[in-house]
Design a protein around this ligand. Structure first.
Ligand code: UDP
Length: 372
């Protein structure tokens, strides 16, 4: 029997929206549902006091691929924002990522050779291949930078000692021997003018969208209305945690509108790298779009340990959780070949927006190659 829809996409975040857009473009009938009452997943932005507020934390789009950049620019113009966050440690400020401005501030050095010599001396305490985040960080930037900018911040963010965290977490951050405060190395970077939500509105044009619909609560009915399902929620939840829950790190955001304050922190992102401050970051959203509004909106980001029922943010990709995920993934292949699991939660992998766009487009191509 012909179904109402060819595809049911569960989740209106970046993975789901790109898949829905591409499938619709290829003539498929697509229904998209989301348990939240808005589109865009964690990229969602909302206008507060004329400022586009990133309600689930800072999303700065950047990519090293021209095709991905062009793809995104179909849906919005991107401005020339460059992320140059400031770190605060016991009231003193430092530039990020780790670069000559940082080294100069900490050690008083002025040349790359002097900075490299300091690091070379300090990294001598590490012998052999770094086995964890602490050893990796010290071998990259030395003990002093590790203590001021990495240790307490990382332990606050992940709720685990740096010695028990994988080195891969810190590999995301550039270390530079130039006076360059750009947090990213990618040649293309910016914030969509008008916020992210308009991108999602455009991506989902032509699909049917039902918000406030929890697929897992209504699965019996929803499974019947489409031939194929693209599920971007948590894979362990999809299988009712049958092998036990995967672990995540969660976040809580406190949003504050400050009337009459034009410029609170002078920069979009401040990282708080000492443990006496309970939040990891504060985001002053207007700076993403060079706003000159009379008021400002600031969001404070508090990490906490995920428990069933809380919002999962960062997968904890240690060996234990990875092998648990592998069991769920094998179950999915064996039992539900008509379901494509995607996105950060569906694949239990932390990805940047550009990787998500690439993964979604590839997944859709693969689906079409196999079935259409
Ligand atoms: N990190 C740090 N100090 C900082 C910023 C980042 O030690 O001021 C480390 C920390 O371990 C973090 C990792 O670098 O988990 C990755 O940081 P990134 O800013 O990429 O995290 P995201 O923005 O993706 O949460």
């Amino acid at each position: 029997m012909r179904q109402d829809y060819d595809y049911l996409v569960v989740g209106t975040g970046l993975f789901g929206a790109v898949v829905a857009h591409e499938a619709t473009k290829r003539g498929k009938r697509v229904l998209v549902v989301d348990r939240r009452t808005h589109i865009g997943g964690n990229c969602f932005t909302e206008d507060v006091a004329g400022i586009n507020v990133h309600k689930y934390g800072a999303h700065i789009f950047r990519t090293s691929r021209r095709d991905v950049w062009d793809y995104m620019r179909q849906f919005a113009d991107f401005n020339h924002f460059v992320n140059s966050p400031i770190a605060r440690y016991h009231g003193k400020v430092y530039n990020l990522p780790f670069n000559m401005n940082t080294f100069s501030r900490i050690w008083g050095v002025t040349t790359p050779a002097e900075a490299a010599a300091m690091i070379a001396e300090q990294r001598m305490e590490i012998s052999g291949e770094p086995r964890n985040l602490e050893e990796k960080a010290i071998s990259l930037v030395g003990r002093d930078v590790y203590e001021i900018l990495i240790r307490e911040y990382t332990e606050k963010q992940w709720g685990r000692p740096c010695r028990e965290l994988p080195a891969s977490i810190i590999r995301r951050l550039p270390v530079r021997f130039t006076y360059d405060n750009n947090y990213f190395n990618d040649p293309y970077q910016g914030i969509p003018v008008g916020g992210y939500t308009t991108i999602f509105e455009k991506m989902l044009k032509g699909c049917d969208v039902r918000l406030g619909v929890d697929f897992l609560m209504e699965r019996a009915e929803l499974e019947r209305i489409a031939d194929r399902i693209v599920f971007t929620g948590a894979i362990d939840e999809y299988y009712d945690f049958c092998f036990g829950p995967l672990e995540y790190r969660s976040l809580r955001f406190e949003h504050r509108t400050l009337e009459g304050v034009k410029n609170l922190q002078g920069v979009a992102v401040v990282n708080y790298t000492d443990s006496s401050v309970p939040y990891t970051r504060s985001i002053e959203h207007k700076h993403f779009e060079f706003g000159t509004q009379p008021d400002t909106v600031v969001s404070y980001e508090y990490p906490y340990e995920w428990k069933p029922g809380a919002e999962p943010y960062y997968p904890i990709n240690d060996d234990k959780n990875q092998s648990l995920y592998d069991r769920y993934a094998a179950l999915a292949v064996g039992r539900d070949p008509h379901v494509l699991f995607g996105g950060r939660l569906g694949r239990y992998r932390y990805t940047d927006m550009q990787d998500t766009v690439i993964a979604a487009r590839e997944a859709l191509e693969e689906l079409f190659a196999r079935h259409e």
